[in-house]
Design a protein around this ligand. Sequence first.
Ligand SMILES: *[C@@H]1O[C@H](CO)[C@@H](O)[C@H](O)[C@H]1NC(C)=O
Ligand SMILES: *[C@@H]1O[C@H](CO)[C@@H](O)[C@H](O)[C@H]1NC(C)=O
Ligand SMILES: *[C@@H]1O[C@H](CO)[C@@H](O)[C@H](O)[C@H]1NC(C)=O
Ligand SMILES: *[C@@H]1O[C@H](CO)[C@@H](O)[C@H](O)[C@H]1NC(C)=O
Ligand SMILES: *[C@@H]1O[C@H](CO)[C@@H](O)[C@H](O)[C@H]1NC(C)=O
Ligand SMILES: *[C@@H]1O[C@H](CO)[C@@H](O)[C@H](O)[C@H]1NC(C)=O
Ligand SMILES: *[C@@H]1O[C@H](CO)[C@@H](O)[C@H](O)[C@H]1NC(C)=O
Ligand SMILES: *[C@@H]1O[C@H](CO)[C@@H](O)[C@H](O)[C@H]1NC(C)=O
Ligand SMILES: *[C@@H]1O[C@H](CO)[C@@H](O)[C@H](O)[C@H]1NC(C)=O
Length: 796
Amino acid sequence: MVFEFIFGVALLLSAWLPAKSDGIPDGVLHMECRDRYFMMAVGLSFSGEEPHFEAVDETGVYPITEQYAAECGYSVSVLPLQGHVELRASYFSCHTDNKDDKVFTFNFNLMANHFGQEATFTLNKTCSPSLPWSPREVTCEVNYMEVSVRSEVTCPSGTKKDDWDAVKTAHSSTTSDWQVMFQRAKEQSIPTNLSEAHKHGYVFDLTDGRLVFRTPYGQPDSFSTEVNGVPVELVHATLFSRQSWVVLMVDLVAACSMYEGSYDENGYMMWKTPEVLHPLLSGLHNTQVNIGVNGEFLEQPVAEERGYIVEKHNGTVQLSIPYNADGGYRKSCVTEDLYEFHVFNLYLEQILVDEDHVQTRLRLHRTWATPLLPHPVFTHNQTVNEEHMFSVYLGDVPDDVELAAVHLNGHKFTVPFTNTSRHAITKVVHPNSTHGYTLKVPFDDPVVLQQFSKEDAAMQHKLDINYTLTVLPEKEPFYHFASVMAQSDVSPPEFDAVCLESGIRFRLDHRPFDYLWYISIGSDLLTSELAAQHGYIMSNNSQSLLLEVPLFTHGYEYKDITLKGFLGTFEILIRDHATSEVQSSTVKTCPFTATELIMCSTDGRMTVVADLSLAIPSGGIPARTNLMDKYCGPKEVDDTRALFSLPLNSCGSIVKLGKENVTYQNEIFYGFSKYLTVSKAASEDPTERVIVQCTYPLAGLHRLFSVYRFESDTVGVGRIIHTTQSTAGSQIPTIQPTTAPQTTPATTSPIRMPIAYLAAIHPPARYIKVSRIQNLHGLRKGAGGTSQTKANAAQI
Ligand SMILES: *[C@@H]1O[C@H](CO)[C@@H](O)[C@H](O)[C@H]1NC(C)=O
Ligand SMILES: *[C@@H]1O[C@H](CO)[C@@H](O)[C@H](O)[C@H]1NC(C)=O
Ligand SMILES: *[C@@H]1O[C@H](CO)[C@@H](O)[C@H](O)[C@H]1NC(C)=O
Ligand SMILES: *[C@@H]1O[C@H](CO)[C@@H](O)[C@H](O)[C@H]1NC(C)=O
Ligand SMILES: *[C@@H]1O[C@H](CO)[C@@H](O)[C@H](O)[C@H]1NC(C)=O
Ligand SMILES: *[C@@H]1O[C@H](CO)[C@@H](O)[C@H](O)[C@H]1NC(C)=O
Ligand SMILES: *[C@@H]1O[C@H](CO)[C@@H](O)[C@H](O)[C@H]1NC(C)=O
Ligand SMILES: *[C@@H]1O[C@H](CO)[C@@H](O)[C@H](O)[C@H]1NC(C)=O
Ligand SMILES: *[C@@H]1O[C@H](CO)[C@@H](O)[C@H](O)[C@H]1NC(C)=O
């Protein structure tokens, strides 16, 4: 038996004015023919957030509203993640021109709100689906169900009893017009004519070869049921027409799985549909399932490679997709922290073949989103202490999130940093659609908090980083906080030193942790009292310490003494506060010149540069001078000066023993004039005697008489005494230091000889004998000869 349906469609011919189109830029509009529908995609940036569409045919222009779309076979979806708005129009949609179910033409208007300007574009698309129509096709669109059946079908082999109820109603109908009855469970609605049904949102249409029925979801005549544990929405319409004694009748069933999808612990999104949605849509044994996304099916190997799984369980087809599989779209969003969700535009096809080998294709569009999933970003401390720089990596930042600013210990820096800042940020892009940022901040950057750790004797650097990240395109901010610490060993302070003409200047810039150390000159703590005592010029404020040490003050060492000049070395020691151990030192050696100088070394050598201009007769030369021992001549001379270097107790020196100190004294004579001829020489030209002395405290010479070597704990105090000839003689000479030579602050300054230098010129060790004769000399000639001294000498 063959049923044939003929629908007369009154074509209301009405003229419509084509809207104006200035043309759409390339790449903005994309129109495609899909198996069962037109697909139009318009870039959101062009169309604006809320574009409108109008369907156009010979009868007029029909705005595609939400309600109208569901009734007439249109679906409009704004897909911000893909960046476009999509219009899908069923080939059987109300205003599509259909030629023999083979060529479909859709005319429509796009009204875009382009830069605040409403613009209308007139568009059309013609498609010829390559896939032949199956006898029965069901489409579960997002907003409607559509079923189309071939209008010429073979009579089903079995007729169930229930069906006759409908036939009875149909048979009692008094009109030959097509009527529709909706069946809900065992109930039937009152038959209505098709125009009345259309008013309720149901559309019936007869094309060249197919009967089409479309209904929005949630209609009063639909019913929700559960099949194999899956919610299903179902509309069962029975169309009939009584033509005299013959009743023509057709059952149209639209049924779609309304399963909302679930998300499991393992990161899979799961969706299911019953294998058999309704007895009228039953398949034999195996239903074939094709899976796709975004309206296109995937080849099975591709689907497998992406991790899509299709399984059949307990009469349901189950579909599982890893939440982050290809084919989906992800979006970041912020609710305090960063979350993400993934959206799949699922496209599924079930192909069923019933006992009569009638094929049913069921296609389903579902937009399917994961719940909000936390997407934590992380920070990794990549600091290497030796680089003296924090390096912190912020990772797993999704593509649609960018770093806007960082607060470093509360100081805000927007990204990108300006070139002037010392910290830097670099972006690292990964192939897995995430990126990261490496932040580098030197330990000594002003934003870094420095704190000194006494236990570790190290500097602790602390950096709190508050990242401000924004989710694009809405620019929604969220924050990620990280705190990093690092330690760097601190080095003892180091002075800067410069040579002056008359001394050395040291400078030290204070650092917050410098209290770990103290500064000493030799073994003495440097204080303002010590500085005053030794004649150092010290100034100290919160920023820096300035210390100027004039030449010949305490603490200098001298070497390379010639008449032209010498080297003076001053050393500042940095000692650990706790242990007093020397941690570092600043040693500065500078060249100096002086008219006269004397030094008395710890190992018993006197080195003298003396000005002899008044001690030699006119016409005489310093080369002809000698010491008390006439065979001790100068080592070096110039026009007025001579340099002598002698072991203390040689060259006829006399030793004067005091209560607390011992003095070695010698005198410079001209032309072999030993003291025996002094009076004679005195009557001649020279007007001055030059006496040289080294005085050592006895306390420091405790080994003087036990070892055959001169060893003093301290350098001796040297003096060059220029006295007038007239006051010389057997009396105690009035020691009257002459006015100091301009470069020499004091001719009687203590001078220390560096031991290392002296080693080279050290005379062989000698027994030092303090003899009565020498003492007598001392008493006769010396400056400090007292009865006290004599008593001491006697005791020895
Ligand atoms: C369809 O669009 C093309 C341009 O894409 C145009 O040339 C043609 O005239 C249009 N047809 C109708 C019927 O509007
Ligand atoms: C359809 O039925 C309604 C009421 O049931 C009636 O008013 C209307 O005229 C009918 N339309 C046609 C075309 O028969
Ligand atoms: C199939 O159904 C049985 C009984 O209802 C149930 O125990 C089983 O877990 C189901 N299997 C699946 C994979 O859902
Ligand atoms: C920063 O410096 C680099 C090279 O030194 C230069 O190419 C870049 O333009 C500068 N950026 C800014 C913002 O000044
Ligand atoms: C992306 O790749 C980077 C570098 O291989 C890795 O550190 C990060 O954990 C990855 N992120 C995700 C979400 O897989
Ligand atoms: C980071 O900065 C934001 C905004 O300035 C603030 O609301 C948030 O409390 C900060 N986070 C931390 C841990 O300091
Ligand atoms: C970061 O790295 C540095 C250097 O490796 C290390 O000293 C520090 O303990 C680390 N941890 C934190 C929280 O800063
Ligand atoms: C110099 O001043 C600083 C602080 O003003 C103080 O800590 C330091 O001890 C002073 N140094 C000396 C040698 O007086
Ligand atoms: C030597 O000792 C005496 C006291 O015994 C003292 O007055 C004198 O200043 C000392 N000489 C030197 C150079 O220290």
